[in-house]
Write a protein that binds this ligand. Structure first.
Ligand code: PRX
Length: 567
């Protein structure tokens, strides 16, 4: 029997107090995610149970019990406090998926500070805008990433500490840099846990929009109530599972379900900090006997591409439940996973802003391959008419996905951007910015985004950010960025570029521009193709019409061009 039992029954009798009671939380009490994910599990008699099995490049392995993660997070929290970090200060974690990332996350929360995880492949410009916006006080990083911090530190007066966790003691430290080694530090047995309340800020995740700078999505400690129960009912995690979430905690899946969900449930989780290959992933599942696997469509499509033969080389019989998130999970991928793993991937849908899973396919519920499933019990979801913002009652009609506000893990605001936050609510609904329809059985079918944001391999990229960075390149006069279709990543970034006179549109230039973006922003934001054009289509008011370029890439109808400049 699955944890959720019968979906329809759960929906009928649902109250978030189910989660509060299981977590022994009473309104107005202290609620601290760092404590819940380590100290509480130890107090429940599971101090010696494995919390983390970590594997790095070349098969290097480390294991941590719940008592180990309790002590390690105490130690990091204590170190931060001694540096002068106080409650609500922002502490950025800029690390590969090494143990310090996971343990540091808990340590930051334990002292009441706000964790700001950032993807370690971000370039200096991506890092700068996010640290500037959050007025971050400290950054925890590695030797190999410190160069990016050094490049921008003069522009960051709030950043008081650059903490390097793997310093070899040889190279001299620069201004504001300091060394912390978890292995060498004296373990701190007793740390005073900061008495955070439900509405105390916990995590700040940055997400990209069509326009403007990335937005800092503010979450609070009460989000635990949602993350705990969704991990239990959707991912179906139980005490003796071995759980693997393939997402990087630089993104919300990697924190909500790569740290908070599994550890608040006291389960053993595995982390693989190595590059992707089908063999490496299957070997990892076989070696650690992974039972519950949370991954993403691009990874699944890459595994499909690697073929069925490679699956047969490994014993994957431990796998019990498979779930996917981040982008549309095509029906073929569901059918394929059923064929090769004997289990279908269950699609789940949510966002950085929602903090936890909103729509999903549940264990025991009939899956319609290609559909996202149904709203989590306790979540009221609908499709709104894009003109009137009223719910659409006809099955199959496309509209905007919207949710009735009030679930525990909902973002509380965009950092220093209350106006944009408010603009997300209309007629008492939270607008997700995605389009879908609902069939006659209540299943949601994803159609697409309602903006220009590019979802490449499950990662959101802002065309505006890429266009702005392109303009910093000395050869680029104008640019427009759209998505183009891709077999594995669903869509990738494509840039249309007008060069300044005197610059040649050759292969060298293309590579040069691509690398420029990779270094400044990230490998995800790097255009996979650059098309040189004489001019870009613009409206009479001078705005670039991305819509036209997008339609051309996707072979779609161009639509109304009556405001085009050249007409
Ligand atoms: O467009 C939807 C897409 O990813 C967006 C959220 O991205 P992010 O905030 O980075 O969070 C990703 C992980 C929670 C959504 O607005 N998306 C997410 N899940 C799905 C999806 N698109 C289709 N199907 C999904 N299951």
């Amino acid at each position: 029997m699955s944890n959720i039992g019968t979906y329809d029954e759960r929906r009928k009798n649902f109250d978030w107090s189910i989660s509060e009671e299981e977590l022994e939380y009473k309104p107005e009490n202290v609620i601290n995610i760092g404590w819940y994910c380590s100290d509480r599990i130890c107090q429940m008699g599971k101090a010696d149970k494995l919390a983390l099995i970590w594997e790095g490049f070349g098969g290097r392995e480390k294991k941590y019990s719940y008592n180990d993660i309790r002590l390690a997070s105490n130690t990091i929290g204590d170190f931060l406090q001694k540096c002068g970090i106080k409650s609500e200060d922002r502490v950025c974690i800029f690390l590969d998926r090494i143990p310090e990332l996971y343990l540091g996350f808990l340590g930051i929360l334990k002292i009441g500070a706000i964790a700001q995880p950032l993807f370690s492949a971000f370039g200096d410009e991506s890092l700068l805008v996010r640290l500037e916006n959050a007025e971050t006080s400290a950054i925890i990083t590695q030797r190999k990433h410190v160069g990016k911090v050094r490049k921008i530190i003069d522009k960051l007066p709030h950043l008081k500490h650059v903490i390097i966790v793997d310093h070899d003691g040889k190279k001299p430290l620069k201004e504001r840099e300091m060394v912390f080694s978890l292995e060498e530090a004296e373990p701190v047995e007793n740390l005073k846990i900061y008495p955070t309340k439900a509405e105390s800020a916990s995590v700040l995740h940055y997400t990209s929009g069509t326009t403007g700078l990335p937005k800092g999505v503010k979450h609070v400690h009460y989000s635990l109530i949602g993350q705990y129960l969704t991990a239990k009912w959707v991912l179906d995690i139980s005490d003796d599972d071995i759980y693997w979430c393939t997402a990087d905690p630089g993104w919300v899946t990697g924190t909500s379900y790569g740290i908070i969900g599994p550890w608040s449930l006291g389960v053993t989780q595995c982390v693989l900090d190595a590059g992707f290959s089908a063999d490496a992933w299957y070997r990892f599942i076989e070696k650690h006997k992974v039972t519950v696997w949370y991954s993403a469509p691009t990874a699944i499509r890459s595994l499909m591409k690697a073929g069925d033969e490679v699956v047969k080389k490994y014993d994957l019989s431990s796998l019990r439940h498979l779930v996917s998130v981040g982008e549309p999970l095509n029906a073929e991928a569901v059918v394929w996973s059923e064929k090769v793993f004997g289990r279908p991937f269950h699609d789940s849908y949510w966002q950085t802003e929602t903090g936890a899973i909103m729509i999903s396919n549940y264990p025991g519920m009939k899956i319609k391959p290609g559909s996202m499933g149904k709203p989590f019990p306790g979540i009221e979801a609908t499709i709104l008419d894009p003109e009137t913002y009223n719910p659409i009652s006809q099955p199959g009609r496309i509209g905007l996905i919207a949710f009735k506000p009030g679930w525990p893990s909902m973002m509380r605001t965009y950092w220093k951007n209350e106006e944009t936050y408010k603009s997300k609510f209309v007629n008492g609904w939270y607008l997700s910015g995605d389009r879908a329809n609902i069939d006659k059985d209540g299943y949601f079918w994803f159609i697409g985004r309602d903006d220009d944001v590019i979802n490449t391999g499950g990662h959101l990229v802002s065309p505006f950010e890429v266009e702005s960075a392109l303009l910093e390149h000395e050869a680029v006069a104008e640019s427009a960025v759209v998505s183009k279709p891709d077999e594995v990543n669903m869509e990738v970034v494509k840039a249309f570029v007008v060069l300044h006179p005197g610059h040649e549109p050759d292969d060298d230039m293309e590579l040069n521009i691509m690398n420029f973006i990779r270094k400044r922003l990230s490998p995800l934001a790097m255009p996979q193709e650059i098309e040189y054009v004489e001019s870009l289509p613009k409206t009479r008011s001078g705005k670039i019409m991305r819509r036209l370029l997008h339609a051309k890439e996707w072979g779609e109808e161009i639509g109304d061009t009556s405001t085009l400049e050249d007409e």
